[in-house]
Design a protein around this ligand. Structure first.
Ligand code: HEC
Length: 313
């Protein structure tokens, strides 16, 4: 399952383009057929609908794997939790499933076309338009979830002046006392090396973090981790994962977020192949993977949040 998630999950973005493009092209073929009665246009529509259906099936399956790969949800769920990505993930999945089920009709229509007993052309036109629109909206919704809507509201007013990035890891001292713990119990984070984690945020950011609103400038988020031993958390500390919300204008590609990582006592044979104590500060190329993945969560201020059932009330 783990291999499937990481191997097939990332195929979702390329596959969805086929699932959206095929029904649109099929629709044009059906319109064309109304004016220019060439049989090959109907056959093209049929073939495109079948391709589109297969791509949609692939997109549906890989979509669930992709959300697991990115850590938007922690386990396979046909209907994702309400809390994931401010509910966008659930809407996207429901719309996608509905579009897929609806597109079964287009396969039926294609079979009729191939057997030279097509349904009336008015109905085919309606079917083609509906399926193209449904998949278009599903794709648009998915895109907005990961890339964010263009009209992003302004970043909340600054809570404190942004400290220079060089201090970032020093700011995490005493994090467990100074910051507020946002989860009720430790969970296993697939996306952070399968370690057991707790998330802490600065006091002024608690409300915004809980409600997936934009966090105020200066917010600090620290995720502590413990190594996994036989499926249980150990007392051996893993890396400290850190995010600081700086000025959006300083790092526009991440909405102002800066990433850092510190691991004082790396355990031998760790996944990341870290051998000596490390302090990665913003700009370190080792942090590129953090940025790439967290950028998918633009709809929730680049934050993955606490999985459902683990939130601190
Ligand atoms: C493949 C995706 C992925 C990668 C890579 C990744 N993260 Fe995350 N991150 C998540 C998800 C999902 C969550 C929330 C759920 C969880 O932790 O399991 C999260 C949570 C966090 C949090 C707590 C704040 C929040 O988002 O709710 C911090 C801090 C954090 N990550 C830092 C980092 C740093 C630093 C790196 C790189 C060293 C990194 N992450 C790499 C997906 C990722």
């Amino acid at each position: 399952m783990e291999t499937l998630v990481h191997l097939l999950g990332p195929l979702h973005p390329p596959l969805v383009h086929f699932a959206v493009a095929c029904p649109i092209l099929a629709f044009f073929a059906v319109i064309g057929q109304r004016f220019w009665k060439k049989p090959w246009l109907s056959y093209s529509a049929g073939a495109l609908w079948i391709f589109g259906f297969l791509a949609a099936l692939g997109a549906l399956l890989t979509g669930h794997l992709f959300s697991l790969h990115l850590g938007m949800e922690t386990q396979w769920a046909i209907i994702p939790p309400k809390t994931a990505m401010k509910g966008h993930l659930r809407d996207h999945a429901l719309l996608g499933t509905f579009s897929f089920l609806f597109s079964i009709l287009t396969v039926w229509a294609s079979v009729k076309i191939i057997r030279n007993k097509p349904w009336p052309s008015g109905f085919l036109l309606f079917l083609g338009l509906t399926v193209a629109v449904l998949f278009g909206i599903t794709g648009h919704e998915g895109g907005e979830m990961v890339y964010g809507a263009e009209d992003n509201p302004n970043v909340a007013a600054s809570a404190s002046p942004t400290p220079p990035a060089g201090n970032l890891l020093e700011m995490t001292q005493n994090y467990s006392k100074v910051l507020v713990k946002m989860n009720s119990k430790t969970w296993n984070s697939r996306t952070h090396g399968h370690r057991w984690v707790n998330t802490y945020v600065s006091k002024e950011a608690v409300g915004a973090y809980k409600n997936s609103k934009l966090l105020p400038e200066g917010s600090l988020v620290v995720k502590e981790s413990f190594e996994n031993v036989d499926g249980k958390p150990s007392t051996t500390a893993g890396p400290l994962y850190v995010m600081l919300k700086g000025k959006a204008s300083d790092s526009p590609s991440t909405g102002g977020w800066q990433f850092a990582l510190q691991w004082d006592k790396p355990v031998p044979g760790n996944n990341e192949q870290i051998q000596t104590p490390v302090k990665w500060l913003p700009g370190d190329h080792n942090l590129n993977s953090c940025v790439r993945c967290h950028n998918r969560f633009k709809a929730a201020d680049y934050l993955g949040g606490i999985p459902e059932g683990f939130e601190n009330p």
